[in-house]
Design a binder for this molecule. Structure first.
Ligand SMILES: Nc1ncnc2c1ncn2[C@@H]1O[C@H](COP(=O)(O)OP(=O)(O)O)[C@@H](O)[C@H]1O
Ligand SMILES: [Mg+2]
Length: 594
């Protein structure tokens, strides 16, 4: 994903290759019938629009001949054509717009379900914001293209071709004249148009910079004010905003010049052609009706060209969006489920083995996060992982969930290598309390129930009690139904941790992973939670990354990590006696970050 991560709405990259739109075909295929109906409505309305000028000519010429009877018939026919045109256009609008919405809904679902299953490596390389703007902005671009631009383009291509042919039939001479004038009008438009595009791109960049600067300052408004940095921040914002205005002014000036030139050229062209045509009428080489018909066709064709030139850049935007979405859909993941997984583990005893594992994070290939590490955890055992920050403790848990594959060696659960099982299959048996607890926007009840979606309300409350979360949850304005706000803004760090622990308790899995799960708790709640954890750990395999001596001492075994290796292992007493890293950490009471 080496693409730019710029995600402002108007400014998504275009693609030169309109053919990239082919990537949409799998999404269009299920709606073939609708596409065919749309094409029929489209062709019919275009044909009707092209017939109308013929009627106009008959009317004009018939009027001069004074044939009242024919006149009525023609007006009647014109009315019928208008009715059909209205109906056809309405049908086309309905079909095409609905199709656009349908296809985009399908694409959003497809992309999201692809992305949500990708391993963390993908998210290290791709900004979440970029993924989001692909799901929202890029699909919206495609929607507007399928829902309107594409049918506008098709319609105008038909109008252009049909109009040209009918123009030729009406008057070959005048058509030739028009074809001579067109390049003279188009060249200045194209040249100025290019300049305009460069300027408007520049303008958008400045607008993006200006809103970026504002959003950064606003999101850190507390820091800005605490350091009395307002004046500087304002100056910075004023500066980019003025630059945005400056480039807008340039763009507006160019556009004004362009308008002058274009209007003059077009009108003088039209006047020129009309002049020649009028003389032909005067010399009886052409009827008045034919001249009127020709002028109408010319206007239709010119309109078609104008719309096509506008729609073209829309199509390019959509092609770019399609490329990005297809790229996401076709992303190859580093971690994949095996083709023929070993049969599902219905129950896990929770026997864990790391066999000579070496692992580098993909984004830091030069530093080994784990080096030749072998670790056996028996079913039901509680093992405390201790060691300085960055030693590789969290990494052990990441590999056990198979978020990454080791570079060397294997990780086993109940004697099966993780790579031989489906990830969803063994992850069922693992409950994780991550280092920074995640709270979803939703009620407290929903947040805990995330651990086991089919849990009853009583189960949720029991889990919350065990995690010492019941009291504060009940004290919330709406108890368990209180909305916790995005990322749990309403809760303190310790409260979030207790909800995360309740979630893991509710999951009731044979393997429990706790990553500094009690680091943000005050002494009292920690004691309460500690009881819950002791209970939980009793009859399951528990890996606990801990930073407090009290927790560590209770473990069956303590494993000491340093720089991705196990440097010692044993009980608290034996390790203190050894007098190595552990003894030093124990002396510091593990109170600082471990
Ligand atoms: N997602 C990541 N990408 C790259 N490097 C990482 C990532 N996560 C952790 N590391 C690095 O791997 C090493 C082990 O980290 P970790 O297992 O998180 O340590 P800790 O023992 O503090 O939990 C550290 O050097 C850390 O910087
Ligand atoms: Mg960690």
């Amino acid at each position: 994903m080496a693409r730019s991560t710029d995600s402002s709405d108007e400014d998504r990259e275009k693609s030169k290759k309109i053919s990239a739109l082919q990537g949409l075909s799998p999404f269009v295929k299920p709606y073939k019938m609708q596409v065919v109906l749309t094409l029929i409505a489209l062709t019919a309305t275009a044909a009707l629009s092209l017939i109308l000028p013929i009627a106009v000519r008959r009317v004009v010429d018939g009027f001069t001949a004074g044939d009242a009877h024919l006149l009525d018939e023609y007006f009647g026919a014109a009315l019928a054509v208008a009715a059909l045109l209205a109906l056809g256009t309405g049908t086309r609008y309905f079909l095409v717009t609905r199709l656009g919405e349908r296809i985009v809904a399908d694409m959003r679902k497809a992309v999201f379900s692809r992305v949500i299953g990708l391993s963390p490596e993908f998210f290290e390389k791709t900004l979440t914001g970029e993924v989001l703007s692909r799901i929202t902005t890029d699909t919206t671009i495609i929607q507007s293209v399928i829902g309107s631009s594409l049918s506008v383009a098709l319609r105008n291509i038909l109008m252009f071709i049909g109009g040209m042919i009918l123009m030729l039939f009406t008057s070959a001479k005048l058509t030739g004249l028009v074809l001579l004038i067109v390049p003279g009008v188009l060249i200045p438009i194209i040249v100025l148009g290019r300049r305009l595009r460069v300027l408007s791109r520049e303008n958008q960049d400045w607008i993006a910079a200006s809103s970026g600067s504002a959003s950064e300052a606003l999101s850190a408004v507390g820091t800005v004010q605490a350091y009395t940095h307002e004046a500087r921040t304002i100056a910075q914002f004023d500066d980019v905003t003025e630059k945005a205005f400056g480039s807008a002014a340039k763009r507006i000036f160019t556009r004004a010049i362009m308008t002058v030139i274009v209007i003059f050229l077009i009108f003088s062209g039209v006047v020129g052609v009309l002049w020649v045509g009028a003389r032909d009428v005067q010399d009886d080489l052409m009827s008045t009706g034919a001249l009127v018909q020709f002028v109408i066709y010319a206007i239709l064709v010119a309109g078609a060209v104008g719309s096509l030139s506008e729609v073209w850049s829309e199509l390019q935007r959509a092609a770019g969006a399609t490329e990005r979405l297809v790229e996401l859909l076709e992303t190859q993941d580093q971690v994949n489920d095996p083709v023929s997984p070993v049969k599902s583990l219905d129950r896990s005893s929770g026997n864990i083995r790391f066999d000579d594992v070496t692992f580098h994070y993909p984004s830091r290939p030069d530093v080994a996060a784990l080096k030749d590490l072998t670790l056996d955890v028996k079913a039901g055992e509680t093992v405390a992982l201790v060691g300085p920050s960055g030693a590789g403790k969290s990494t052990i848990l990441q590999l056990l969930l198979r978020f990454y594959d080791p570079d060397q060696g294997d990780v086993y659960l109940d004697g099966h290598a993780l790579g031989d099982m489906e990830r969803a299959d063994f992850r069922r048996h693992i409950a994780l309390v991550a280092q920074d607890p995640v709270i979803f926007a939703g009620s407290a009840m929903e947040n805990i129930r995330f651990g086991r979606p089919d849990a009853s309300e009583d189960d949720v409350i029991a889990a919350a009690k065990a995690a010492a979360a019941h009291d504060f949850l009940q004290a919330l304005p709406e108890g368990y139904q209180s909305e916790l706000g995005e990322r749990g803004v309403m809760l303190s760090g310790g409260q979030k941790q207790r909800i995360a622990i309740a979630r893991a308790i509710l999951r009731d899995a044979p393997v429990l992973l706790l990553d500094e799960a009690t680091s943000a708790l005050d002494a009292e709640s920690e004691r309460a939670v500690q009881h819950a954890i002791d209970d939980l750990a009793k009859d399951r395999t528990t890996l606990i990354v801990a930073h407090r001596l009290a927790t560590v001492k209770k473990a069956d075994r303590i494993v000491v990590f340093e720089e991705g290796q196990i440097v010692a292992s044993g009980t608290h007493e034996s390790l203190v006696k050894e007098g190595g890293l552990y003894a030093r950490l124990a002396k510091l009471q593990f109170t600082s970050e471990v």
